[in-house]
Write a new protein. Structure first.
Length: 318
């Protein structure tokens, strides 16, 4: 078994914590202001934004907790440590987004049918300030490690909140200029659609990790073909590629070589191919000599889409 270079986040975890902490401070401070103004102005769009900002704050707290758990060393029955705490955090963020979508959609439809009076001026000013605050939070998290699905979950929450404030500002302007208060509810529906898209994306990507799908963009069939193409390799079986957590791919496989090949040298060469071409540093390779008395099963190349490709031709020993 070889772990090679190990798990490289690419950005220092302490820096991620600092960026997340600063963003959390901005979000909590403005959220309190927004709730008060939303109640005074009778603006569902502002209250919707405030609710979304609450989930932003929860998302950031979850991300911070997950970062602390993920760096704990492996012990006992947790042989990978708690690295997938980050994926749990991302999935929780996705679920909360979808729950909010249901509530805000219901409220928006109710207000479209029976629109209340909305203080458009207060809504507009608060939304413009919110745009500035969320731009600051977005810029902070853009500097963090967004390859981490955990950090990406928090980023998506705040980015969607930025879009929400833009929509709310437009709605506030419409109310000020025309008095058409239904614009507030329409803005809330637009925000709900954006939240639904982000929530679905987080659940889909975290689900791929939990179901141990190959990392997105990595074709197991191509990996298998590259291994089979190595000198002396006559077959690759039981190939599995998955992610322990975002940015931490792993692979296991059974490799058969001709009787004249050195199994150790072949394993080292295969690890180099996997690391250099695919960035897979955590590998478990079983390399054996082919038993010439037994027929070699013909492996079938697989693609990430699940379709079969032409079988790999059997290599004859030299």
């Amino acid at each position: 078994m070889s772990e090679g270079r190990g798990h490289d986040h690419g950005v220092d975890a302490n820096a991620d914590k600092r960026y997340l902490g600063l963003a959390l401070t901005l979000i909590l401070g403005f959220m309190a202001v927004e709730v008060v103004v939303g109640v005074v102005a009778s603006s569902l769009a502002l209250i919707t934004d405030a609710g979304h900002m609450l989930t932003d704050a929860v998302a950031i707290v979850l991300a911070l907790v997950a970062l602390r758990l993920a760096v704990r060393p492996a012990r006992g029955s947790y042989t990978y440590g708690l690295k997938r705490a980050e994926i749990l955090s991302a999935q929780a963020n996705g679920i909360t987004l979808l729950l909010l979508v249901g509530y805000f959609t219901y409220e928006a439809i109710r207000r479209l049918v029976d629109p209340p009076d909305v203080e458009g001026g207060l809504v507009l000013v608060t939304a413009l300030v919110g745009i500035v605050v969320n731009l600051g939070a977005v810029m902070l998290l853009r500097r963090a490690n967004r390859r981490s699905l955990n950090v990406e979950g928090a980023f998506q929450h705040i980015l969607n909140d930025l879009y929400a404030f833009v929509g709310t500002a437009v709605a506030g302007g419409v109310v000020v200029l025309t008095g058409w208060t239904r614009a507030d509810a329409i803005a809330a529906l637009v925000v709900a659609c954006l939240m639904a898209k982000a929530g679905y994306g987080l659940i889909r990507e975290s689900g791929r990790v939990f179901l141990e799908a190959a990392p997105r963009g990595l074709d197991p069939g191509r990996v298998e073909a590259d291994l089979v193409a190595m000198p002396g390799v006559v077959g690759v079986h039981d190939l599995h590629v998955w992610e322990v957590t975002s940015g931490f791919p792993a692979l296991s496989a059974h490799v058969l070589v001709t009787p004249d090949r050195d199994c150790h040298e072949t394993r080292v060469a295969a690890e180099r191919v996997l690391g250099d071409r695919y960035g897979i540093a955590h590998t478990t390779l079983q390399v054996d000599h082919r038993d010439t008395r037994q027929a070699l099963p013909t492996p079938t190349l697989r693609t990430t889409g699940g379709t079969d490709r032409r079988p790999v031709p059997e290599r004859t020993p030299e």
